[in-house]
Design a protein around this ligand. Structure first.
Ligand code: C2E
Ligand code: CA
Ligand code: CA
Ligand code: CA
Length: 278
């Protein structure tokens, strides 16, 4: 009995060592990727439904891996988080986005770019200052920058989160709620958070055409947003019928594969030169 227990302990211990070794390797690889700027932002257009034009982009990260090709966020963000590198990544991507905005502005392109902020450090000291610094450095007006946070982001301390968002807005930066409707207190959040825009989660849009209840939920979200004086965008719009339904419900904006997939910076810019209609 004792022997078997010892055997098991040894196996467990070896497993731990392998896990530790794996994490160390991964950490080294991820740190190096940060160092070599292998994390690259792609830009997905946001379609202004009423004005029939692109009026902004969401920045989404891809890892240009030297051996494995282009990796999607789901393939490396959980690991980044596990190792504690999300703050470094977010700051680096923020700079990348502001740099892009600076370039676009010089070409007279006055569109907003929305950057995803991970929950863990959203309110950590220094982020605001860093943003201010970047906007100055690249000569970008704060109104061109939008931050996407989720309902769970500032959940820890609602009061503090509220103050923080207010301060960002006083700087001129826009803040939107991502994945709306999937968190655990969507309405409570909406009531307390002074955000500018609501993004309806893709899961509601997906089944809208076939599900009366999803349709009703989307309709109600749109009415609610407008009643509160906020803009509303539908995520994951993939077919013209969904867009038509959203148009009839007076939704402000749509984002999804129907308009375009997330594109490299130059392709995103080129898309603006095209005459589009959906
Ligand atoms: P998200 O912020 O909800 O981003 C929307 C996701 O839906 C993106 O996946 C986008 O490519 C995908 N998408 C857009 N339109 C459609 C559509 O019509 N159909 C379908 N099926 N999917 C669509 P992606 O790029 O794989 O990103 C996944 C998640 O990873 C994001 O969800 C976000 O939570 C996170 N993420 C991505 N980039 C960043 C980043 O730069 N920083 C942080 N902190 N998180 C990021
Ligand atoms: Ca997002
Ligand atoms: Ca989303
Ligand atoms: Ca999401």
């Amino acid at each position: 009995q004792a022997k078997r227990q010892q055997q098991r302990w040894i196996q467990y211990h070896q497993g731990m060592e392998e896990e530790t070794a794996r994490l160390l390797m991964l950490e080294k690889e991820l740190l190096q990727a940060l160092e070599l700027n292998q994390f690259v932002l792609y830009y997905q257009p946001q379609w202004n439904i009423r004005e029939q034009r692109i009026d902004g982009f969401e920045a989404l990260v891809r890892w240009h891996h030297p051996e494995r090709g282009i990796l999607m966020p789901g393939q490396f963000l959980p690991q980044m988080e596990q190792i504690g590198l999300m703050r470094d990544l977010d700051i680096q991507l923020l700079e990348q986005a502001v740099e892009t905005l600076g370039r676009w502005r010089k070409k007279q392109v006055q569109l907003s770019v929305a950057v995803n902020m991970s929950p863990i450090h959203f309110e950590q000291a220094g982020l605001k200052q860093r943003i201010q610094q970047l906007l100055q450095q690249y000569e970008v007006p704060p109104t061109m920058l939008e931050l996407e946070i989720t309902e769970n982001t500032a959940m820890g301390d609602m009061e503090q989160g509220r103050n923080y968002v207010t301060e960002l807005q006083q700087m001129g930066i826009r803040v939107s709620i991502d994945d709306f409707g999937t968190g655990y207190s969507s309405l409570g959040y909406l009531r307390r958070m002074p955000i500018d825009k609501i993004k309806i989660d893709r899961s509601f849009i997906m089944d809208m055409a076939s599900s009366d209840s999803d349709m009703m939920i989307v309709k109600t979200m749109i009415t609610l947003a407008h009643g509160l004086g906020k803009r509303i965008l539908a995520e994951g719009v993939e077919d013209p019928n969904q867009l038509l339904l959203l148009k009839h419900m007076a939704c402000d904006a749509a984002q999804g594969y129907l308009i375009a997939k997330p594109l490299p910076e130059t392709d995103a810019l080129a898309l603006l030169q095209q005459k589009l209609s959906f």
